[in-house]
Design a protein around this ligand. Sequence first.
Ligand code: AHM
Ligand code: MG
Length: 336
Amino acid sequence: HEADAHRTDLMTITRFVLNEQSKHPESRGDFSILLSHIVLGCKFVCSAVNKAGLAKLIGLAGETNVQGEEQKKLDVLSNDVFVKALISSGRTCILVSEEDEEAIFVEPSKRGRYCVVFDPLDGSSNIDCGVSIGTIFGIYMMKDSHEPTLDDVLQPGNNMLAAGYCMYGSSCTLVLSTGSGVNGFTLDPSLGEFILTHPDIKIPKKGKIYSVNEGNAKNWDGPTAKYVEKCKFPKDGSSPKSLRYIGSMVADVHRTLLYGGIFMYPRDKKSPNGKLRVLYEVFPMSFLMEQAGGQSFTGKQRALDLVPKKIHERSPIFLGSYDDVEEIKALYAAEE
Ligand code: AHM
Ligand code: MG
């Protein structure tokens, strides 16, 4: 019986990834080992986030991060846990974290062939009020065994081998793509295992929700302003779209992936490159969107074709349902 099988034949994330890998006989299991260390980091952060209020983990650590923002203790903790877990996997070579100004080059004795870019705890301004936050990651593979350089992580998102995020919400959900579709896993706290709960996620072709910080509307460019106007006052007889904006990228993107619609962080007069970071925010989410049948656009080009010049570079981003992103692309094309 189908339902019974689900309850007794548990597809854990490890089993799932090993299954996928067995399709590639040349693989040596390195990716599953790397992933199991990422999963450990996610479980730790999940437990820390859940305990945050109780354990008084919340509060300023008295440091500022690369972008000059106040850093909360949980960010520091999450970053430390991920950096250590990734290095100890023995499978990584270069790490880029939102919390560290410089890339981390793993010492030769612990080195592997993967480069990992990540935001250990995105949306941290939401910690104090209990809103969902998350970890975002992307994985590249070194092409050959040369001495690693920054260029190895300054590759277009299209070269990513895998990307994902873990959302610490009412449940802990890990969404992953290794380049053949998108799958969602939910942490069963009693087992301590991520179980496949959302197989082969496809984003609806068209959505009914738009998601943007409208407080920046005064400074938007023409196409963004026109698009949002169309969402609210459609002229083709369709119903207006709903607005949903949490202000926590993982939560906003997760909803967009499951329900459809568009998430945007456009450029504006004050922030000509928008706010979100190319390597560990824009790329992983764009990778997942495309793998789920959606699109991702910067206002100029396909987001995954960007070639970053700096590790903390920012870019405007419009991602989500295929048809909705088509509309914004048309508005930007008309402007040129
Ligand atoms: P953070 O990395 O400092 O947490 O900032 C990133 C967050 C995203 O999660 C979210 O999409 C965005 O900032 C919201 O920005 P704004 O408050 O300008 O709307
Ligand atoms: Mg962030």
